[in-house]
Design a protein around this ligand. Sequence first.
Ligand SMILES: C[S@@+](CC[C@H](N)C(=O)[O-])C[C@H]1O[C@@H](n2cnc3c(N)ncnc32)[C@H](O)[C@@H]1O
Length: 298
Amino acid sequence: MVTLRQGNVSMQNKHLHEENRRSWNAVLDAHNSHKHDQAAFLRDGGSTLFPEEIGLLGDITARTLVHLQCNAGQDSLSLAARGALVTGVDISDTAIDFARQLSVDSGIPAAFHRADVYDWLAATAAGQERFDIVFSSYGAVVWLSDIGTWARGIAQVLTPGGRFVLVEFHPFASMFDWDWHLDQSYSYFGAGRPNSFEHGIGDYVAMSGSALAPSGFLEGVQDFSNPHPGHEFQWPVSEVMQALIDAGLRLRSFSEYPYSNGGKLWRDMREEPGGRMFPPESLPSLPLMYSLVAEKAV
Ligand SMILES: C[S@@+](CC[C@H](N)C(=O)[O-])C[C@H]1O[C@@H](n2cnc3c(N)ncnc32)[C@H](O)[C@@H]1O
């Protein structure tokens, strides 16, 4: 079989990225319908960031920072409010439109680009612009169809001595269905094979309450149903790390966490202060999140 490729990403996977774009476009309004006046929240000094990424990023004052898969820009603008010179990139048209408007309404400047992350990385690598920090978080890796091309692109757009910071949901947690039973359709060692679902991206903000709506939770859209399918790609943590190492980055830190930030993604999660979601008491401790910092040589 001949696989047509655009850059390093196959045309088949580009097609899946486009379907994901439509699915993310469709869910944007539902997600934001649950969040009270986000511009006022940011304007008044509010932040959507969690302590993990704040700690890993450290002082970002006057640093150039690209936020890959930034969605509607709330975290990007929270980073800009901490002094970074932020560029946000996302494939979703509605998310980027929202982010640009939120930047205007909150008075926090940032640049936003609507692009497939692979196209943006390739175009940027071919140009002159470089970033002190590449940042990505919370539900980003699962949309990547080619982990090696992604990692090489990150290495290429970093300045010498620049850092990649990732805070991500643990792929081991994806092995469980809503009721914490093993989901037989999910393989941890998925080798990046697409895992397609007809119901598309759901309204996880509605399920999560105030932990994902720090500006105040609103009832908003009820019973959202997405007409566009979604396609995820399961990458074990080891493959993410190896891809970054193979791209020439040096791993500086790696952590796993027994909780996930913000999202109430499984039944009966226990919310602890700061929006940390733990499994029910009846379950053992499980890895629900991981983080890493990888550095480019000077
Ligand atoms: C769970 S959200 C990430 C949320 C993000 N951490 C934030 O700050 O809000 C995943 C994002 O990945 C984006 N995405 C999915 N596939 C992409 C691709 N191929 N290129 C760029 N963005 C993509 C989606 O549009 C969506 O906004």
